[in-house]
Design a protein around this ligand. Sequence first.
Ligand code: TNX
Length: 523
Amino acid sequence: MDLIPVPRVAVPDEEGRRYVFGPEPVLDAGPGCEGVARWLRREVGGATGWALPAGAPGDLRLRLDPAGTGPEAYRLEVGADGVELTGGDAAGLFWAAQTLRQLLGADAFRRAPLRPGRAWDLPYARIADRPRFGWRGLMLDVARHFMPKDGVLRYIDLLAAHKLNVLHLHLTDDQGWRIEIERHPELTETGSWRPRSRWGHRASPLWNETPHGGFYTHDDIREIVAYAAERHVRIVPEVDIPGHSQAAIAAYPWLGNADVVDTAALRVWEDWGVSENVLAPTEEVLRFYEGVFEELLELFPPEVSPFVHVGGDECPKDQWRASATAQSRIRELGVDGEDGLQSWFIRHFDRWLAERGRRLIGWDEILEGGLADGAAVSSWRGYVGGIAAAEAGHDVVMCPEQQVYLDHRQADGPDEPMPIGYVRSLEDVYRFEPVPPKLSPEAAAHVLGAQANVWTEVMEHQGRVDYQVFPRLAAFAEAVWSWMPEPESRDWAGFEARVPAHLARLDALGVAYRPPGGPLPWQ
Ligand code: TNX
């Protein structure tokens, strides 16, 4: 069946029989199944040419059966009387529909039928499946290089096709601010456009020195949110504070440490790496960001975005050390030096978000100042932060850079087009385990799951993002969906044998993946 991610239980038919659809299959969608019916008509209908009229008995039957199989569970049965998809909940039913599309073959991933009137069939099977983790994510850095809205919608579809359910959008950084904030219009008028680099390729020969920019309007965000909700994908919006903020300071210079640098002269950062220009630790800056987060909460409703990410990573402290304002704030607030100032920012928004029914999540540096109980941690500097957080009772999303940073190279050959970071092959990603063995069972229960992160310093267009993300995201999907908690349970040979069938699906979807054999000459 070549399914990716591999289901928990899949029983093939001993006689190898196949169910053949007639020319006009009928769809029988039970109560609560309307969303999946719409998706099938739109997506599978697009590829097959089927209108999928409603009727009974259906060749395709959709049912909800909430009888105790756990969140996102589903069953799929193919036999003489057609195909039955049963979800434990609406998300499970949606994953069943994804499995169905894989069983129909690669052409079911196209947008129009190749040959009118062709017969579609699929193998008899009994599948019972559910995910190992509830948080199966991808982070896209749309700040370093903007990804236009259509690209984000496409990535939501690509996540759903792999049964991944969290899209973390890194919306702001030194190099760009990507979301319209009506009450602070300069954030996008100035902050979303990066000028031509004055330094050329000083930072890296891979750095794109040409002007670059773009942002999502409120309506773009509403569309992205609705599109994700239909596909059972949650969105984690991130506004990074107090570091990684030069684009915001270029828009509103008073946000920066104006007593130590001429913030009025700052531009959106044209270099990569981490800028020294960080937020000033003042009440006015807090109020400004409360305004930003207020608009964010209106745009990202709690059902789609129960977690809001405040960044908190890599905040250089030199300006605070030099700034008389920052030093007097340290004394006034009675906090522990510059590190205390950083946690003052995070703790403020921790409370602020909790009061509004949301949960804060931040990069593992946020642990350094102590956190409210509900706050969660993205463990990126290896597993260490995640282990400490889980042992202290915080929920954790594992995304260790040594394992699942998809900006890092896939091989170290001289022709690799984006040769940065650690070498992380398809097999390495396949062997990624979100729960470190030394965690106690109580602490392990705090590991919500994992996400792969894609930082786009060197990815100025979607083809480059595809190239770094695929096919490794397929391996990642199996590592977080399928039940392979012990290293020995990873069936690399079995996965590898399924990859060619999966690449055919990606070809049909138009994904510019890296062929496992090596880089493409045109990349
Ligand atoms: C570290 S991961 C960063 C990013 C960079 C990335 C490059 C994290 C929280 N911060 O700002 O883009 O490394 O791999």
